[in-house]
Design a protein around this ligand. Structure first.
Ligand SMILES: *[C@@H]1O[C@H](CO)[C@@H](O)[C@H](O)[C@H]1NC(C)=O
Ligand SMILES: *[C@@H]1O[C@H](CO)[C@@H](O)[C@H](O)[C@H]1NC(C)=O
Length: 391
């Protein structure tokens, strides 16, 4: 059953282990999983996880090539040692979207520290779920494909995610996490299929990834601090968004977010800050957006503090204070004339906004110049800034 690559891998590990602490490998196939795309392997994965998690020395859960059918599953910690989840195959969700659709998540890592997830593909097969929603039927709430909740010291490397029902990868109440070399793909018309959503978390780094979805490539929720995002290819999708913030009155703020060296192609937004037009005491501050290329982006630079779907908050203004926001070296084309838009709260004007070396031109056959719009925004510009700023 085991293929030669796998055998040599185990040999390597055991030779290596003569000189280092033993790394125990738990192959899910040895626990009853079958990579035939049909056999429910959930219980086998859980048994492999529990063995690895209780190992006194560093342990690897190994998923070989093949398509493994998995229902909603939570891999819970704390574990005794460092754990590696190495995936060479593909995890697929059941055909019937109801099976995972009401659990909120498909694959959950809960209270795990010192975890590496490497390689592999997860395919939630969200198509049926999206059609259900589009037809306005009575659908389940939908599942996020991979959730990391209350986790610390995590590396996710080389993972591919296709067609989540809702968010592809969710990070909640976690710290010290690096996501690198990810490929996230869903059709541009698929609803709410955000690539990565970070919330209530500190010290998350997302680098070198390609994200094509029907919603935000990366969305940043309340309580996010010290987030670093670089070398992202985003689009199609709705761009990289901080928000929506300020939906509830008492909400944690967002602080110290950097988005750098990234490319946005045919997205709705480039970098966006969005808050509800509702009272509250939250904030978004110390934000740096630099070295970004926009290609045919509808709203390359946008702060929208008037978010109020279905007119649910009439005559109110946002309590979210936006301050210390730097936009530096952002170039390319805007698909609308209003390439820069700061539509801030009348009760909490945006302050400390800096535009530096901006060049956004209008992608339009009449070659009109782009314009900037300001409402309740205080800031300054330096270097060459085009469109001319409106402070
Ligand atoms: C995460 O932490 C926040 C604030 O500490 C809390 O309000 C929220 O319920 C937590 N979320 C989860 C999923 O535990
Ligand atoms: C801001 O976040 C970065 C990681 O993106 C971190 O290295 C830095 O120390 C943070 N700055 C502060 C003042 O916390």
């Amino acid at each position: 059953m085991a293929n030669p690559i796998c055998i040599s891998g185990i040999l390597f590990l055991s030779i290596f282990s003569l000189y280092s602490p033993l790394i125990a490998a738990y192959n899910v196939v040895n626990f009853g999983a079958r990579g035939d795309g049909r056999t429910d392997s959930t219980a086998a994965f859980l048994r492999a996880w529990m063995s690895a998690c209780s190992s006194a020395s560093p342990a690897t859960v190994y998923v070989p090539r093949g398509n493994f059918l998995i229902r909603a599953v939570s891999f819970s910690g704390p574990c005794r040692s460092r754990i590696q989840f190495q995936i060479d195959g593909t995890l697929v969700a059941p055909d019937n979207y109801y099976v995972i659709g009401n659990s909120g998540f498909w694959i959950l890592f809960y209270k795990v520290s010192r975890l590496t997830i490497s390689g592999g593909t997860i395919d939630a097969r969200g198509n049926g779920f999206w059609s259900c929603r589009k037809n306005g039927n009575n659908c389940p709430a939908g599942a996020r494909s991979m959730m990391l909740m209350w986790c610390n010291d995590v590396l996710v490397s080389g993972l591919t995610s296709y067609n989540s029902q809702t968010i592809h990868i969710g990070i909640d109440n976690s710290s010290n996490m690096k996501l690198q070399n990810l490929k996230i793909t869903a059709p541009s018309g698929s609803p709410n299929t955000d690539g990565i959503h970070v919330e209530s978390s500190t010290g998350v780094t997302i680098v070198g990834s390609t994200i094509k979805t029907g919603d935000d490539c990366i969305s940043i929720g309340p309580g996010t601090m010290n987030l670093w995002i670089s070398n992202i290819g985003c689009g199609p999708g709705h761009g990289i968004s901080i928000g929506s913030l300020g939906n509830s009155y008492h909400e944690a703020g967002v602080q110290n977010v950097t988005v750098t060296d990234s490319v946005f192609t045919n997205t709705e937004n480039g970098v966006r800050i969005k808050s509800w037009a509702k009272p509250g005491g939250s904030y978004a501050r110390s934000l740096l957006f630099k070295n970004l290329i926009m290609t045919s982006v509808a709203y390359p630079i946008i702060i929208d503090q008037k978010y109020c779907p279905d007119n649910s908050c009439p005559h109110q203004s946002s309590g979210v204070k936006v301050s210390q926001v730097i936009y530096r070296n952002i170039k390319g084309t805007s698909a609308t004339q209003q390439a820069v838009k700061f539509d801030c709260s009348s009760s909490n004007p945006c302050s400390g906004i800096i535009l530096q070396d901006i060049k956004l031109t209008y992608l339009n056959r009449f070659y009109k110049p782009t314009v900037a719009y300001c409402s309740n925004a205080i800031g300054r510009q330096s270097g060459a800034v085009f469109p001319k700023s409106c402070f």
